[in-house]
Design a binder for this molecule. Sequence first.
Ligand SMILES: O=P(O)(O)OP(=O)(O)OP(=O)(O)OC[C@H]1O[C@@H](n2cnc3c(O)ncnc32)[C@H](O)[C@@H]1O
Ligand SMILES: [Mg+2]
Length: 167
Amino acid sequence: MKIIIGSKNPAKITAVKNSFSHEGEFVSLDIPSGVSEQPFSDEETIKGAINRAATALKQGNGDIGIGLEGGVQETSYGLLICNWGALVTNESGPFIAGGARIPLPEEIAVRLRAGEELGPVMEDYAKNKNVRKQEGAVGIFTNGMVNRSEMFTHVMNLLVGQYKRSI
Ligand SMILES: O=P(O)(O)OP(=O)(O)OP(=O)(O)OC[C@H]1O[C@@H](n2cnc3c(O)ncnc32)[C@H](O)[C@@H]1O
Ligand SMILES: [Mg+2]
């Protein structure tokens, strides 16, 4: 089984490998999401995940394409981080699944509303260049209880479970 991951981000790659119990051939390709660098709704984030999965599958000439995409969603309770995943095969899909969501602190939210991207804003906030590849915003704002690859592993399990039920 050849699994093509539409990202080179190690937090995402780890999640994909975990959910397939490290069984299969994994290829990671830097695939554009085809949506804004900072998706600003569930709809746009889902679209980015599906685009990445479909393009990865095609470009990598594999059996399964995976897209994982981070975004934010405005609510009356604050700006929430949202994360979506998509799995496509040559015969079926897209299967989609959403990840954990928590509100961003207002000092971060105002910067995103002004047009900045979460990745660089988190680098600045945490004084660490690699937040998006490591614990992620979710790890920082949950005091390390849930890091980005754990969060994406849950998304992946939701995807692989739906796919397995369909075959
Ligand atoms: O290489 P890719 O796969 O693009 O990985 P990425 O970290 O850029 O992740 P996304 O494109 O899915 O995320 C969209 C934007 O949100 C940022 N982002 C999302 N989740 C984050 C997190 O948990 N911590 C820090 N930045 C995050 C990210 O850096 C982008 O600016
Ligand atoms: Mg990105």
